[in-house]
Design a protein around this ligand. Structure first.
Ligand SMILES: [Zn+2]
Ligand SMILES: [Zn+2]
Length: 245
């Protein structure tokens, strides 16, 4: 079964896509809710036949049965306190869409081994100066890239507290990268961890790592067991997610 985190990735990367879900079958009697606010907090509508059920693309939590006095933020926080969005909100919301981050890389030095697509998919936007890029969520800055650096791995090495990383790649991914950093183990010498080892060998390949290749490797991190998913998402949202999927 595909993890909800992967399944929700297209909607997480594109707020326009989330907004469009409300154009088909959203109950008109619920128009007291601000769709802007729902979309900004990461919600999309589950579609016709789902009443007023919306799901958050960051925590996968589902909310429904909205009443006129409900506050979206309060309900989100109360029901899903583990949501990354609730723990530390995004710092540069203008770059929350993948396409906007990609377009920021106009002028990125073409000789760099790290390519705009991979940088943008790692949550980064270009600051327009040298090789400086920033995470749209945690605001962490990365620069002085070395030839073999993989953007998503560098992000997790330097800013493990980034809640967007946890939402999009999983806690396990960030923890594994941190283990290697703390143990001082070079990623390419780890034989027990095939995923990290192969990510590293891709990075050492002669040609630049394509985002599709990298994604295929990183998917290896996403094979969470049910109990780990429960820990990550919290029991309540877990139950709701697995009813849904
Ligand atoms: Zn959430
Ligand atoms: Zn970050």
């Amino acid at each position: 079964m595909d993890h909800p985190r992967n399944r929700l990735a297209p909607l997480r990367n594109d707020s326009k896509l989330r907004r469009e879900t409300f154009q088909n079958g959203w109950p008109p009697e619920k128009n007291f809710l601000s769709i802007d606010e729902l979309v900004n907090q990461g919600f999309y509508f589950l579609g016709p036949g789902n009443g007023d059920r919306v799901q958050c693309v960051y925590c996968a939590g589902i909310l429904s049965n909205w009443e006129p006095n409900d506050n979206i933020l309060t309900e989100h926080k109360r029901n899903f306190p583990q949501c990354p969005m609730m723990k530390s909100p995004c710092k540069f919301a203008a770059y929350r869409d993948l396409s906007t981050r990609k377009s920021s890389f106009t002028g990125w030095p073409p000789q760099m081994r790290q390519k705009p697509d991979d940088l943008a998919e790692a949550g980064l936007f270009y600051l327009g100066q040298g090789d400086k890029a920033k995470c749209f969520w945690c605001g962490g800055m990365l620069s002085e890239w070395e030839a073999n650096d993989i953007p998503i791995v560098e992000h997790a090495k330097s800013f493990p507290q980034c809640q967007w990383l946890v939402a999009s790649k999983g806690k396990e991914f960030v923890e594994r990268i941190q283990q290697h950093v703390q143990q001082g183990t070079p990623l390419q010498n780890v034989s027990t961890d095939q995923t990290v080892a192969s990510a590293s060998s891709l990075a050492h390949a002669a040609s630049p790592v394509s985002s599709a290749q990298l994604e295929a490797v990183l998917m290896g991190f996403d094979q969470l067991t049910v109990s780990e998913a429960m820990k990550t998402l919290g029991e309540k949202s877990f139950q709701k997610v697995f009813i849904e999927f």
